[in-house]
Ligand binder design. Structure first.
Ligand code: ZN
Ligand code: ZN
Length: 272
């Protein structure tokens, strides 16, 4: 079989997978964003007093965010299909049998994917805040100044493409099991949806602990949407602290929001 015939055959083999991959990606977004929307925007209680911004997200923005998110899912599906095609030619280090590397490796590789993505996201995010990229690419995401759960995948297609490259990057560095990818994708959507939810769920003491304050909070990313600067991190604030890009008001704002009481009374910290 010549190269072109083989390529055609490989592409035909992937056709039945297109709706499955699209649906998995879409439902992952729709279910988690929908659940967060239900909890924070429909039921409102018990998180109402933990609202980060005074302003409310406009209902008109939800539709735009949803449509951009669906376009992002199309991009993610296309990249996944391209990776699967290259895999047939022996590229990328995927493996099927967990026993080949063991459960310890599976857990370690999942954590490693998240660490690499955290670093990759920070720097690509900073790149997207340069004038050229911001105007042409990243502005779509920042049109949501008051983000909502539906903002999670609301990206320009080029930004969605940049985010989706994390999968081929890690799969060219070390062996990756589909389960590790599944856990990673679920983790990233939960973090993404919460970071855009508009409400803070983390406890006050997280912001005062030297180690725990390196975990990114919902307030942190919400402030990024309001200021268009600072707080570029995804899962951690480590790179922001290291490279001096933490919002000067972040720690104070986090303490203020998390010290609110449901009745409206505030537990103002003694030292504040
Ligand atoms: Zn940004
Ligand atoms: Zn965002």
């Amino acid at each position: 079989m010549c190269f072109h015939q083989q390529l055609f055959q490989y592409m035909m083999d992937l056709v039945p997978k297109i709706p499955i991959i699209f649906l998995i990606d879409f439902l992952r977004y729709f279910l988690f964003a929908g659940l967060a929307f239900l909890v924070f925007y429909i039921w409102k209680h018990p998180f109402q007093y933990r609202k980060i911004q005074e302003k409310n997200a406009k209902p008109s923005q939800f539709k735009k965010e949803f449509l951009y998110s669906v376009s992002s899912v199309v991009v993610y599906t296309s990249v996944t299909l391209t990776v699967l095609l290259f895999r047939k030619y022996g590229y990328f280090k995927f493996y099927e049998r967990i026993e080949d590397h063991g459960w310890g490796y599976l857990i370690l590789s999942t954590v490693l994917i998240l660490v690499i993505q955290d670093f990759y996201f920070y720097w690509t995010h900073r790149l997207m805040h340069t004038r050229w990229f911001y105007k042409r690419v990243h502005k779509v995401h920042h049109d949501s100044v008051t983000p909502s759960p539906w903002t999670a995948y609301s990206f320009h297609p080029w930004e969605a493409f940049i985010h989706s490259l994390i999968m081929p990057i890690v799969a060219s560095l070390f062996p990756v099991h589909p389960l590790a990818l599944m856990i990673f994708m679920t983790f990233q959507i939960i973090r993404n949806v919460l970071g855009h939810s508009g409400y803070e769920i983390f406890p006050y003491w997280m912001g005062t602990n030297t180690i725990l304050k390196l975990v990114n909070s919902n307030t942190n990313h919400d402030m990024h949407h309001q200021s268009f600067r600072y707080n570029y991190g995804l899962y951690t604030t480590a790179w922001d602290y290291l490279f001096g890009t933490v919002h000067p008001e972040y720690e104070r704002t986090f303490a203020e929001i998390t010290s609110k009481k449901p009745e409206g009374r505030r537990r103002v910290p003694e030292t504040a």
